[in-house]
Design a protein around this ligand. Structure first.
Ligand SMILES: C[S@@+](CC[C@H](N)C(=O)[O-])C[C@H]1O[C@@H](n2cnc3c(N)ncnc32)[C@H](O)[C@@H]1O
Length: 291
């Protein structure tokens, strides 16, 4: 496929060729890419894998299975699940570092979309209007410029039959809710305000699409994600939180020795592996006829 000049195929471009500016899908300048790039290697190892039946459920919602777009793909956590059900997946991210750690898959094409990428180019890259059967945004939606992103989503989704689905998870992890809440409270002064939607479980996330029975604006569906987690895995996951990077940039180590010791005691010891459940939340919809 011939791509617009400023959309760089990760596997053919060198870092010095990557450009940064201010993006339509992006509220800040270079900030977001930097925030997730710094912890990209930790992120790849630490984040939960999404359940297979989630992708089966999502695939059943779309009329066709030609192309999916995973936006804010990170290391491809959602893209590789989606690829089991679609002919091909375009997986895009503003952070080149995140993509460097992405899981390769024969049906997934990872593309770095620098934050200077105009919306028009994104539409062309995706094959034009009405080309995309499923859009997935996993744990990334709250960082986007929502009106700009929704405008592109409405344009590229197939009509009828195209579906957009967004989901997230936060510090609510069972059965260690109390420990997580205590740690979360120490992070409060450092969160970017955009993360508010995620902390609120997407209850207040604007989502102007028609309801298709799997979470809607103001009423997200519950998505329980089970995970076997070691203490090392827990600390790795907390280190991959953007707020930990943000605090560090201000000279504060939220996961200093003392905090790690406290967490270890509450967890039940450094060698304990626990079965935990992330209390995730999800919204799905299809473009409104009059949009
Ligand atoms: C918390 S990570 C989620 C990664 C992955 N989807 C997952 O489920 O683990 C958020 C990702 O969104 C990316 N991101 C943030 N703003 C973006 C934007 N405007 N366009 C594309 N990607 C963006 C970040 O670089 C980061 O990789």
């Amino acid at each position: 496929m011939c791509l617009p000049n400023n959309l760089k195929d990760l596997h053919t471009q060198q870092p010095e060729e990557l450009r940064f500016g201010s993006c339509l899908l992006h509220r800040g300048p270079d900030w977001m890419a930097g925030l997730f790039s710094k912890q990209a290697a930790v992120y790849a190892a630490a984040r939960p894998v999404y359940p297979k039946d989630l992708f089966t459920k999502l695939a059943a919602l779309t009329a066709h299975h030609r192309l999916a777009w995973d936006v804010g793909t990170g290391n491809g956590q959602a893209a590789i699940g989606v690829a089991e059900h679609y002919n091909s997946v375009l997986a895009t991210d503003v952070s080149k570092e995140q993509l460097v750690h992405a899981v390769p898959h024969s049906k997934v094409r990872y593309l770095h979309t620098p934050n200077a990428t105009p919306g028009e180019d994104l539409v062309t890259m995706l094959g034009g209007e009405g080309s995309v059967d499923l859009i997935t945004v996993a744990e990334a939606m709250h960082w986007f410029d929502l009106p700009a992103f929704y405008d592109i989503a409405r344009r590229v989704l197939r009509r009828p039959g195209g579906v957009i689905t967004v989901w997230g998870y936060n510090y609510r992890i069972s059965p260690v809710e109390d420990m997580m809440t205590r740690f979360f409270n120490t992070t409060l002064p450092y969160w970017d305000t955009r993360a508010r939607h995620c902390m609120n479980g997407y209850w207040d996330l604007p989502f102007p699409f028609d309801d298709i029975g799997l979470g809607r604006e103001g009423d997200p569906a519950n998505l329980d994600m089970e995970h076997d987690m070691s203490f090392e895995g827990l600390i790795g996951m907390l280190r991959s939180w953007s707020v930990v990077t943000m605090a560090k940039q201000q000279g504060v180590d939220l996961l200093g020795e003392r905090m790690v010791k406290e967490l270890e005691e509450e967890w039940g010891g450094a060698s304990l592996v626990r079965k935990v459940t992330f209390k995730a939340f999800l919204l799905a919809g299809t473009p409104r006829a009059d949009d």
